[in-house]
Design a protein around this ligand. Structure first.
Ligand SMILES: *[C@@H]1O[C@H](CO)[C@@H](O)[C@H](O)[C@H]1NC(C)=O
Length: 392
């Protein structure tokens, strides 16, 4: 038996310190993101969906929000595993750093995909305004960041990096299923408000997105309109159809505010009609800011997530979080054949839907639980909860 030397004691202390640091980091990480990515014990499937509203050129606050919602780590890398992240448009204008946000979104899209996650990007009216050379809300700093007016216009053309990114990876509206299983409940995300009477609401989301793609392509095809101001506004490009005019009009999905501003009973009636027509559980959008909190209407059927995150507005930092889980219900009459598969057998890490699927029994009973939270810097608030038994 020998007494530890000073050096051995130091080594031991160092090892314990490192262990404590690792544990604190691990623990800290889980409290920051709120939810571990893998299913909790008993759950067979878990999907987290995070949505963030208008960012208006403020990369600093954008990062704060993404970090607060557990989407990125300290080094700004994707930290949300197989989560789905939806941004509902208006990245550009008012602030000076839209270019940094677009580049970050582009990078996160790739990083998320590599981990079985997904970044979904929705176009705002301000993306379209810039594509149409409507520069009324562009700041001098933003132009400088792009390297000048000419470079900015080129970036936002069909051959430019941003124009191509918009055409390839952004859409006017997005339908996001909460799980990859048949008949999964879905969410709709649109910058402005959907309207039950909008001519091209169905087939959803393809009709809206086709119109958006065609109009965007035409707007960004040279010769580009000269920026307004100082030049006069040229309006929608030549050849724009009536349906495309309606898409970009005041009652279209890029500009409308009906679901945010209408009286409660009217909005609930619209929500019911829209949900029936397009078959989604919740209608989520930005565009109309409330500087204090995310607005949930009609029991969470309509959720408006623009809280004026950009310092150009000075609202609150916020994100919407939806946690969807499926938990198997043991059958009473299942006792005789006993051995139900353990949904969390250690060799079956539930990572991607492809790997999860075999864990779910065809015809099995599950508790489907969906919880919707507003996340802020200092607290989170439950906005809606839906729990029911389903058969898969
Ligand atoms: C769209 O996103 C994919 C996936 O991250 C990426 O590989 C591709 O380069 C993007 N397209 C454009 C044109 O930026």
């Amino acid at each position: 038996m020998h007494v530890p030397t000073t050096q051995q004691t130091r080594l031991l202390v160092a090892a314990v310190c490192i262990l404590v640091m690792v544990l604190v980091r691990q623990f800290g990480k889980q409290t920051v993101t709120g939810e571990p990515v893998a299913p909790a014990p008993g759950e067979a499937f878990r999907q987290r969906i995070v949505a963030v509203g208008d960012l208006h050129g403020d990369i600093h606050n954008a990062k704060k929000v993404f970090r607060m919602a557990g989407l990125i780590d300290k080094r700004d890398a994707w930290a949300a595993g197989s989560d789905i992240f939806v941004q509902t448009g208006d990245i550009v204008d008012r602030g000076g750093y839209a270019i940094d946000i677009y580049k970050m979104m582009q990078r996160l899209r790739g990083e998320a995909a590599a981990e079985g996650g997904k970044v979904v990007s929705v176009m705002g009216n301000h993306e379209f305004m810039n594509a149409l050379s409507d520069w009324r809300y562009v700041t001098p700093l933003d132009i400088k960041q792009f390297g000048g007016s000419q470079q900015r216009r080129e970036a936002m053309s069909i051959d430019g990096w941003l124009g191509q990114e918009w055409l390839a990876n952004y859409s006017v509206t997005a339908r996001v299923p909460m799980s990859p299983f048949p008949d999964a409940p879905t969410l709709s995300f649109t910058h402005g408000s959907l309207r039950p009477s909008f001519s091209n609401l169905t087939p959803y989301p393809d009709a809206i997105n086709k119109l958006g793609h065609v109009l965007l392509t035409r707007a960004m095809t040279p010769p580009l309109a000269p920026p307004y101001p100082p030049n006069p506004y040229q309006g929608l490009p030549e050849g724009t159809t009536k349906d495309e005019q309606e898409l970009y009009g005041g009652g279209g999905p890029l500009w409308a505010r009906g679901l945010a501003e209408g009286p409660e009973d009217t909005v609930c009636k619209w929500a019911k009609e829209i949900k029936e027509k397009i078959g989604v559980r919740r209608i989520i959008g930005g565009h109309t800011p409330n500087f204090e909190h995310i607005v949930s209407r009609c029991d969470g059927q309509v959720i408006i997530i623009d809280t004026g995150i950009s310092s150009a507005y000075g609202g609150v930092l916020s994100a919407l979080e939806i946690i969807y889980t499926l938990t198997p219900v043991p059958d009473e009459d299942d006792d005789n054949n006993g051995h139900r598969e353990d949904p969390l057998a250690p060799d079956q890490q539930a990572q991607s839907p492809m790997e999860v699927e075999p864990l779910l029994r065809q015809g099995g009973k599950y508790i489907e639980r969906e919880e919707v939270y507003a996340i802020y810097e200092k607290h989170r608030q439950l906005l809606a909860r839906e729990v029911q038994q389903i058969i898969l």
